[in-house]
Design a protein around this ligand. Structure first.
Ligand code: ADP
Ligand code: MG
Length: 722
């Protein structure tokens, strides 16, 4: 049950900050102490075994199963020294959450408990009951077998708990037919597909010695913090992770005084502790600051291989929630916990690279001469244009719909921002050939004591969903609570397709006798002519862009229900099948799971809305109405004018709440659908508007009912008391 608003406020104001852990080890010494990483392996494994496992981690060479026993044994010894009593295969089901199945290292029998052998096969494969994870019809409940398989490329780690530690082993999760039931398997497959095509392209540029091309990801994570007492006083946040009610605060973010403002002490304490925990797990947390809204913050790690970044991102969200709890706060990762207040996203920065050449998206100072870079950029431009609908679908969820397609960054239309310098180079290419690059300027500060600062060759554009930011692209549409797997799978796969296309074009032209540089020019010109429509450097929030984008033929998929069916269109089905990332069945299943989750999310929100309206808001309003009516009777009896406009307004709002509540309840009652698509369409078209009506009436009541009777902590209270 929840606590009352009064109790919450009292408890929050009595909060005292936990003592700062100054005695703890320096941050640098903590990095990776809980990780069975390469340095731990090097210390503990025979040289030949270490060499083999390194080759698997770094170059994706298949793991030699004969070394599994040796690795498992070393890992177990390491984990037990770290206080672990159990081990868990960690996997990433289609819900987007992280799942764990724990087993004990100890084997209890009649004579007591002895240390179990942790064999190679136990490390390599597990078998959790898969029947309670969504699978989109890939498996009937009678065929419950699912397997977890060790992903050697992601290191095992220790998860601490005051009561005992656990060795966590990152795995993939597949059905007994070998179909992917998780977010990790397609990510690994897409990385491999992209790498294969990128190596092919690099060969054309004379780089024959490249072993692999890696996609990198760095995800900036936005989040809110509220005091835990408010959390426990808001049943809507407890069940749905967002507020379903709440009038706009008198002071919102109009003053722009929170962004990059001084971090409140209590929050800073949390952030310092969080960094320490993340470091222990080898997660390279780097940047922290306030975000736009009050109570909103951001954390950015240093980018890593996207497969590893994915696992780290999942673990990071878990650790954020845990550390917040230790500090008496709740960390909200929902995309829109507070209506009318800035929402939270997860900007996924990505690039490609390898150990020989570094970052392949680095333009250098003269991008017009860096043809290899331009070809990779062209691949991205083509991919984003051709598969914009797929990219949109890859970030679709009930919660992210509150950002995309609503009046918030970024819009649901997927376009690319190139920045001034690169745009100019592609403009020249379109006209026949690039001969110069705009130089980056020097900022004149007008203060003699300050050295001149170098300006970037292009400004930023905050409204673009897909922006070139100097040496990487930033996909800004993913949701704050989302796994980065879906967007990275989409990006890797469309890159595989585009790079394949460009490499084939170049091969064909050169085979016909065209000189290589001329062939590159032809291909670049073709891409910019055919796909330039996706480039947009203007204001993505403006209404004019909605019209222009439509004229350019760009999709504007506002809701999940609009976007997700696109996933399984023939074109996308072919794409995923061609590169071995997802079979048609796997793709179809994923589509159904997203829609099912969407419908369920909204159904739960609708039920919670009805319950709070009925059991908390309506009673408060009726009590107040009774009080005012009683006063009117006394006032009249005293021979005075008893007309009270407040009572009239209140009664109108009470009636409105009653009517809208009745129709919401009817809507919930009638929830149905023959398919996931029908159910989610019903949720979109019937439940969402019905909830909105209840909310309007309830929020009106919040501004009318006496403050001492109002049951829910207000936006002002939750967002500003920390
Ligand atoms: P900004 O506020 O400019 O977006 P942040 O420092 O908040 O920058 O975050 C930038 C993110 O981009 C970080 O996670 C960073 O590691 C990541 N990043 C930087 N360079 C690359 C790259 N080459 N590839 C992928 N991600 C990168
Ligand atoms: Mg940032």
């Amino acid at each position: 049950g929840s606590i009352s608003r009064r109790e919450a406020i009292k408890a929050v104001t009595a909060h005292s900050t936990p003592e700062c852990a100054t005695a703890q080890a320096p941050l640098a010494e903590l990095f990776g102490v809980n990780v069975f990483d390469k340095s731990a392996m090097k210390d503990r494994l025979p040289k030949s075994v270490f060499k083999k496992i390194s080759a698997t981690i770094d170059e994706g060479i298949a793991l030699d199963p004969t070394i599994a026993d040796v690795v498992a044994n070393a890992m177990k010894d390491w984990a037990i020294e770290k206080g672990a009593s159990h081990y868990a295969h960690v996997f990433y089901p289609l819900t987007g959450f992280t799942a764990e199945k724990h087993d004990s290292f100890l084997e209890p029998d009649a004579s007591g408990a002895s240390l179990a052998e942790f064999q190679g096969k136990t490390l390599l494969q597990g078998e959790p009951d898969a029947s309670s994870f969504p699978n989109g019809g890939l498996r009937g409940t009678f065929e419950a077998r699912g397997y977890t398989g060790w992903d050697v490329t992601s290191p095992a780690y220790i998860l601490e708990n005051p009561a005992g530690n656990t060795l966590c082993i990152p795995t993939v999760f597949i059905s007994w037919t070998g179909e992917a039931l998780d977010k990790k398997t397609p990510l690994l497959r897409s990385q491999q597909a992209m790498s294969k095509q990128a190596m092919r392209l690099l060969k054309l540029f004379g780089h024959n010695d490249v072993d692999t091309v890696v996609s990198y990801a760095g995800a900036e994570q936005e989040y809110f913090l509220i005091d835990e007492h408010f959390y426990y006083a808001r049943p809507d946040i407890m069940t749905t992770s967002r507020t379903l009610f709440g009038a706009k605060p008198s002071k919102g973010q109009e003053f722009d005084d929170h962004y990059f403002g001084a971090i409140p002490d209590r929050v800073l304490g949390f952030m310092i502790d969080l960094d320490r925990e993340l470091f222990k797990h080898g997660i390279p947390s780097k940047t922290r600051h306030n975000e736009v809204a009050p109570g909103q913050f951001e954390l950015a790690p240093v980018f890593e291989r996207s497969v590893l970044a994915h696992d780290h991102q999942q673990l990071m969200m878990t650790i954020m929630k845990k550390v917040a709890e230790n500090h008496g706060m709740t960390c909200l990762l929902h995309e829109k916990p507070f209506a009318g207040v800035n929402g939270s996203g997860k900007h996924v920065n990505f690039s490609l690279g390898n150990s020989n050449q570094g970052n392949l998206l680095n333009p250098g100072d003269t991008p017009h001469e860096n043809v290899q870079f331009l070809v990779f950029c062209a691949a991205i431009i083509r991919g984003v244009h051709k598969y914009g609908g797929l990219l949109r679908a890859s970030v679709a969820s009930a919660s992210n719909d509150h950002r995309l397609g609503a009046n918030e960054a970024p819009p649901a239309i997927i376009s690319i921002f190139l920045g001034e310098q690169l745009m100019d180079v592609f403009d020249q290419i379109a006209k026949g050939g690039a001969t110069e690059s705009k130089e980056s300027g020097v900022l004149e500060l007008g203060v003699d004591s300050l050295p001149p600062m170098k300006a970037d060759p292009g400004d930023r554009n905050r409204t673009s969903p897909f922006a070139f930011t100097g040496n990487r692209f930033e996909f800004r549409a993913p949701g704050s609570n989302q796994s980065i797997s879906d967007p990275m799978v989409a990006i890797n796969t469309i890159l595989a397709d585009s790079i394949d296309f460009l490499a084939t074009e170049l091969e064909t032209l050169t085979a016909d006798g065209t000189e290589f540089n001329a062939a590159v020019q032809t291909v670049l010109q073709k891409v910019i002519t055919d796909h330039g429509a996706v480039i947009f450097n203007g204001d993505g929030y403006a209404d004019a862009w909605q019209e222009e984008a439509a004229a350019r033929g760009l999709k504007n998929l506002r809701t999940t229900v609009d976007a997700v069916p696109f996933m399984a269109e023939k074109e996308n089905e072919d794409l995923f099948e061609k590169y071995g990332v997802l079979s048609a069945r796997e793709l179809e299943a994923r589509k159904d799971v997203i829609l099912e989750q969407y419908a369920l999310t909204i159904l739960v929100e609708a039920k919670e809305t009805a319950e709070i309206a009925k059991t908390m808001i309506l009673p408060a309003a009726l009590r107040y109405q009774g009080e005012l009516a009683g006063i009117a009777v006394s006032v009249k009896a005293a021979g005075l004018d008893a007309t009270n406009p407040l009572l009239t307004d209140l009664s109108t709002a009470v009636t409105a709440l009653g009517t809208s509540l009745a129709s919401l309840e009817k809507g919930i009652e009638a929830f149905h659908g023959e398919s996931e698509l029908e159910e989610s369409t019903y949720a979109l078209e019937t439940l969402i508007p019905a909830m909105a009506e209840v909310r309007v009436a309830a929020d009106t009541l919040e501004s009318l009912v006496a403050d001492d009777l109002w049951p829910l902590p207000t936006y002002n209270e939750m967002l500003t008391i920390l």
